[in-house]
Design a protein around this ligand. Structure first.
Ligand code: TRP
Length: 453
């Protein structure tokens, strides 16, 4: 690929650094907060199977494609699409894909930051011993009081946005790489400890049963869409985040192998979160479908009851907040990279403007949990609407376009060269998945939802 412009783009110091950062982007609230509650809302086992299939057959091939597109040009998503359409001699309109990604990222971050703010607030609650020996009703009371307070939510949302922008302002190599290096291993250890606690409740098998025994009669078309949307969400796909991270990836690294590692780690964290949470749900006669508050209404019960629970509670919410932080930077990086590289903004100025816009938008989500809880669009609160619009529509549409571009528009010799797979067969498998399987799966799910199929 010829380089026509001076690059202001950073680069990862190693393959390991890329794995850490991409895993940091993938593992976040999506795994620990969202996966359990949407699994609970959609009836468990059957939903989990559809989700796992979507990760494997749609998510992984698209993740490989998205990383590849970014690395080929080493530019931000909008420029990447411009340069690649030029290279392929294709229609100019493809760069709108980059645009949609930038917008989707900011929309997601606006509510992501609010929930990350909840996690941060819970660090303090854990520290002050609020959960000590509290029963399920008291823990629910703490949560309900908290989200009823716009002042508190705005405060924590603002603090989290500020922290995000302070990291983004320093660029990819400083800050980002280091944060993830310690976080991921510690997060794994803590998740295992929580699963250990779940095993001591007498509802452990009931929890496992809920998660892993499919009852396909519970599988509605909206559950299928949510499962597919979540495969995109949890792997950070469909809006250019992984494209940007791929653009910082050195040329000599195998994209496919790295992708499997990242998707594998991401899936394990989500499953562990579910295995830890559902036994606690059943042991306390709570409902799995209690919505976005699920982890905040269940895990504190465990922290309040177990020995060492005070420390574990603090550590857990600290890690959740940091995991959210390493994800949120990837949601805003495409917008910042574009302003810096194309609009001659300084990194500081780009961060101030994108951060401020996202923060402002986030107020809609804050108020949707209290003062505006009656404001509904299409039967959805502002938070639910933003979540549906981004995770269930924009990301799958973005992913679909990425698949079509990588499978049909980009020249075969170019993708083959860029991916540089160990064997011809593995390239073939990817090529079939990206050209046929992934796009048609997304397409059929959409048809199913609008009732055509
Ligand atoms: N994957 C993250 C999570 O599971 C969220 C996220 C970060 C994301 N970057 C993204 C989602 C880009 C979609 C697109 O919490």
């Amino acid at each position: 690929m010829k380089d026509t412009k001076k690059s202001v783009h950073g680069a990862w110091s190693s393959r390991f650094a890329f794995i850490l950062a991409a895993t940091g982007s993938a593992v976040g609230l999506g795994n620990i907060w969202k996966f359990p509650y949407i699994t609970g809302e959609n009836g468990g086992g059957a939903f989990v199977i559809v989700y796992l299939l979507c990760v494997l057959l749609i998510g992984v091939p698209i993740m490989i494609a998205e990383t590849m597109l970014g690395r080929r040009t080493q530019r931000n998503p909008i420029e990447t699409m411009e340069l690649l359409t030029e290279e392929a001699g294709a229609d100019k309109n493809w760069h709108y894909l980059g645009w949609m990604g930038i917008i989707a990222g900011m929309l997601i971050l606006s509510y992501y930051s609010v929930i990350a703010g909840w996690s941060s607030a819970y660090i303090l609650k854990a520290f002050t011993g609020s959960f000590f020996n509290a029963d399920a009703a008291e823990i629910k009371g703490i949560f309900d009081d908290f989200i009823a307070s716009p002042v508190q939510l705005v405060f924590w949302h603002s603090a989290f946005m500020l922290a995000t922008m302070m990291i983004v302002v320093r660029g990819v190599n400083n800050g980002l790489e280091k944060a993830v290096q310690y976080l991921m291993p510690s997060l794994f250890v803590l998740m295992f400890l929580l699963v250990g606690y779940a095993m001591t409740t007498d509802s452990y098998y009931q929890g496992l049963h809920f998660m892993f025994t499919p009852d396909f009669s519970k599988l509605t078309s909206s559950a299928i869409l949510t499962a597919m949307g979540h495969a995109f969400f949890t792997l950070s796909l469909g809006m250019g985040a992984i494209m940007v991270y791929g653009s910082y990836l050195p040329k000599n690294i195998s994209i496919a192998k790295t992708t499997f590692l990242i998707a594998g780690a991401d899936t394990v964290v989500a499953l562990l979160a579910g295995i830890a949470i559902f036994p606690i749900v059943f042991a306390n006669n709570l409902h799995p479908d209690s919505g976005p508050g699920l982890i905040f209404e269940t895990l504190p019960i465990a922290f309040g009851a177990m020995t060492g629970g005070w420390l574990m509670g603090i550590l857990f919410f600290v890690m959740l907040a940091i995991a959210a932080l390493t994800s949120s930077i990837s949601l805003i990086e495409p917008a910042v990279a574009w302003l810096v590289e194309n609009k001659d903004f300084s990194r500081e100025k780009a961060c101030v403007w994108t951060g401020l816009a996202t923060w402002l938008l986030g107020l809609g989500t804050v108020f949707s949990f209290n003062v505006w809880s009656n404001v509904k669009f299409f039967d959805r609160s502002i938070f639910q609407l933003l979540d549906y619009l981004t995770a269930n529509l924009m990301l799958p549409v973005g992913g679909f376009c990425i698949a079509i571009f990588a499978g049909w528009i980009m020249k075969r010799q170019h993708s083959e060269q860029e991916l540089n797979m160990p064997t011809e067969q593995s390239y073939q498998v990817w090529k079939v998945l990206i050209s046929y399987v992934a796009p048609s799966a997304v397409f059929f799910v959409f048809l199913h939802v609008i009732g055509v199929l």
